[in-house]
Design a protein around this ligand. Structure first.
Ligand code: C2O
Ligand code: CU
Length: 523
């Protein structure tokens, strides 16, 4: 069976979904070569000599994920055409990946081929690349189309990722399996001498619902009806790299564990099964200045965290798991939020998120004693974030109108840039994301392209949610920040990399696909 399944969609929604997809493809293929394929016209940039060249194909496939029938998925298949073979790492038996492994300063060329039956385009989440390379929906290529990427890796070492970004279909395609990590290393990271090789583990968490025939079920912006789009999509099972759980025979040493929340809507609280604290060493945009010990880590959609997990004082045979506890806002599965959010959620209507059980997603069995590895007290040069008074300030209010989420009352328009969405190249600004709509209380993971920003402060956190703040890695570089209901989160951004048209949006992919996204222009 081919993804996407339509089992739970209404007939009307199926028709709309089909018409949109087919319509977009028909329009695109009626155009001459240009804007949907830059391959033929541009070929390659003058003077661009890639260090690494990769072919990346989005294609339908079937995988044995559960006992019984194989599951229809969409996934990326990658191949190194030039450069070191270990620039790509595949995850056996999984739709997740492949994992890119590159170094700061390397020039990369990616030949993207779209072989799924919908328009698509790749966005390099967290990487700072020129406008034409950023995967804006207006660059989506139709089924059979190709897109050529050429860029230099400018970001510092960190755990970035890539996923599709086509108009109204991002959630469907990510859910189908199209997402991979993009790991960058640099000299500063090497100097920190973090666990490497087998002790550098990457895990993408994501929730999925399967039907009785083991096929993926998705109710996105179009298929879930207007009400479904208000909350998002919440899968019944939490998977790690597309699998129910991962086991590691662990030496009694230290591990570097990279985590991405690749879910469309679900938020997790990450804890150790023995309730020992977690030591965070990196956030979205790379290493923190110093290790940061937390009782738990909260990850909203698209956020990353890197943990230092140390087993040196565990005896051989101990079993320790990392657990992803779903944090659900509203509905029967709301768990710890239940009592706290009661009042605010009173006005909530519509389909309740489906509950998911806490999932021990990584199981470590300490098998032998290992070398004691010392946690470096300093990890990276990262100045404290301070906003000078004279900086330009903007407010981006999360709004709800006509049953659609918006930003400052607006929804996505392919080319539109409002006057308050124009920023000057090289400026540093303070943006405030405020989540104070009285209509419906829910968190929104706000993401900005073309920058890595710093979180200045969180104001107005409701007392009932204050406890969650212990799990936010707000001290590091960020490209996505979870804004809780009632909060105003202020971030500091410098637009000093590229001029052009870029996106900012909610990374709850159901919200994004329904239009909770806008352009901004750097000129
Ligand atoms: Cu991860 Cu605009 O996206
Ligand atoms: Cu949202």
């Amino acid at each position: 069976m081919i993804f996407p399944p339509v089992r739970r969609m209404s007939v009307d929604a199926q028709r709309r979904n089909f018409l949109r997809t087919a319509g977009a493809a028909a329009v695109a293929s009626a155009l001459p070569l240009a804007p949907w394929s830059n391959m033929a016209a541009a070929a390659t940039q003058e003077g661009f000599t890639p260090d690494v060249e990769i072919e990346l194909v989005a294609l339908p496939d079937e995988l044995q994920l559960l006992p019984g029938r194989p599951t229809g998925v969409w996934r990326y298949a990658g191949r190194v055409l030039k450069g070191p073979a270990d620039a790509l790492q595949t995850i056996a038996g999984s739709y997740a990946g492949p994992i890119f492994r590159l170094k700061t300063g390397q020039k990369v060329r990616v030949r993207f081929k779209n072989q799924i039956p919908q328009p698509s385009i790749v966005h390099w989440h967290g990487l700072i690349v020129p406008e034409q390379m950023d995967g804006h929906p207006r660059h989506a290529v139709p089924p059979g189309g190709e897109y050529l990427y050429e860029f230099e890796v400018r970001n510092r070492a960190g755990t970035y990722w890539f996923h599709p970004h086509p108009h109204e279909l991002t959630g469907t395609q990510v859910y189908g399996g199209l997402a991979g990590l993009f790991l960058v290393s640099d000299d500063e990271e090497r100097a920190a001498r973090l666990p490497a090789g087998e002790r550098d583990i990457s895990i993408v968490l994501a929730d999925r619902t399967f039907d009785a025939a083991n096929q993926l079920v998705y109710e996105g912006a179009m298929s879930g009806g207007m009400m479904g789009g208000m909350t998002g999509f919440f899968g019944e099972r939490i998977l790690a790299n597309g699998l129910p759980s991962l086991s590691f025979p662990a030496a009694a040493g230290a591990y570097r564990l990279r985590l991405l929340n690749g879910s469309n809507s679900r938020i997790y609280r990450i804890v150790r099964s023995d309730r020992k604290p977690l030591i965070a060493i990196a956030s979205d945009g790379g290493l923190l200045a110093a290790p940061d010990t937390r009782p738990f880590v909260v990850l909203g959609p698209a956020e990353r965290a890197e943990l230092w997990i140390d087993f040196h004082d565990e005896s051989a045979g101990s079993r320790i798991a990392l657990i992803a506890e779903p944090l659900d806002f509203g509905g029967p599965g709301m768990g710890m939020m239940g009592g706290m959010m009661g009042g605010m959620m009173g006005q909530r209507r519509g389909r309740a998120p489906q509950p998911a059980a806490p999932q021990p997603f990584a199981l470590f069995t300490v098998s032998r004693s290992g070398d004691r590895q010392v946690l470096p007290p300093r990890l990276a040069e990262l100045a404290p974030a301070i906003a000078a008074r004279e900086l330009q300030r903007r407010e981006f209010a999360i709004t709800l109108g006509h049953m659609r989420w918006g930003i400052n009352g607006r929804t996505f328009d392919m080319d539109d840039v409002a006057p308050d969405e124009r920023v000057r190249f090289d400026d540093t600004e303070v943006w405030e994301f405020s989540n104070r709509t009285s209509m419906m209380a829910m968190p929104h993971p706000m993401h900005v392209h073309a920058v890595q920003f710093r979180v200045l402060d969180r104001l107005g956190t409701p007392p009932g949610l204050h406890g969650l703040r212990a799990g936010f890695l707000d001290g590091g570089l960020k490209d996505t920040v979870l804004v809780l209901p009632g909060e105003r989160v202020r971030v500091l951004l410098s637009f000093n990399a590229f001029r052009g048209l870029f996106l900012y949006h909610c990374h709850n992919l159901v919200h994004e696909d329904m239009g909770m996204m806008r352009n901004f222009r750097i000129t």
